[in-house]
Design a protein around this ligand. Structure first.
Ligand code: ADP
Ligand code: 5GP
Length: 210
């Protein structure tokens, strides 16, 4: 039995909006093997080009609050004045199939996932080299107006303080280098063994005849 082979694993990615999380996942997607990207639900409005069911499930505040009451979220948080949450069911299904489940969630979400599923969770904080570069990229992305960008920058100044809570930091200077590092982190995430797997592995190691 190979460590990490029987049960799925979680890889949490966080970092300021505009850090390059989507770009890096996209750039590395061919090389990280089979994975399931957890599509979050949000109450924020779609950006130009974003697709319901692919980038996010875009819902009303009322619908989101109903889902909270129904206990459908593994975690949820309020970010930049909107709700964002991860639905539990598809994550469970992907884990049961032994897949690597990738989350793009904020630092609050990371804390909640760690608390609930820490033994199968690996995490990486992704950031541009400097705040100045982040501002430049957010402006160049041209998907948000000045006020929204200002909110994201203010939030980024707080989020960077949580960098030490993560297993790895990926500095997104060039996309190529960052994507390479991300592939290594994804491999590490797959190799992480849960306590249950460790027990089974020790049992097998001790008692299996060669
Ligand atoms: P996130 O998913 O973290 O919000 P994006 O992937 O949308 O961030 O990236 C934000 C913007 O920065 C996009 O316009 C993207 O093309 C650009 N970008 C990402 N990585 C780099 C990089 N290494 N160098 C220059 N621009 C980048
Ligand atoms: P954006 O609006 O740029 O897509 O995302 C804003 C922030 O919300 C990012 O930091 C992103 O990681 C975070 N986010 C996206 N989905 C979720 C989620 O399901 N849960 C939590 N806690 N944060 C999320």
């Amino acid at each position: 039995m190979k460590p990490g082979s029987s049960q799925g694993a979680i890889l949490v990615l966080s970092g300021p909006s505009g850090a390059g999380k989507s770009t890096i996942i996209q750039a590395a997607s061919e090389e990280i093997g089979e994975y399931y990207f957890s599509i979050s639900t949000t109450t924020r409005a779609p950006r130009v080009g974003e697709i319901h069911g692919k980038d996010y499930f875009f819902v009303s505040k009322e619908s989101f609050e109903e889902d909270i009451k129904a206990g459908q979220f593994l975690e949820y948080a309020e970010v930049h004045g909107n709700y964002y949450g991860t639905s539990l069911k598809p994550v469970r299904e992907a884990l049961d199939q032994g897949k690597l489940v990738i989350f793009d969630i904020d630092v609050q979400g990371h804390r909640l996932v760690r608390a609930k599923m820490g033994d199968i969770t690996t995490s990486a904080f992704i950031t541009p080299p400097t705040l100045k570069e982040l501002k430049k990229r957010l402006k160049e992305r041209s998907t948000d107006d000045e006020e929204v960008i200002a909110k994201r920058i203010e939030n980024a100044k707080k989020e960077i303080l949580a960098v030490g809570e993560y297993d790895f930091t990926i500095i997104n200077d060039t996309i190529e280098e960052a994507a390479k590092e991300f592939v290594i982190v994804a491999q590490a995430a797959r190799l992480k063994q849960s306590a249950q797997e460790e027990e089974r592995f020790i049992e097998h190691w001790l008692h299996e005849e060669s």
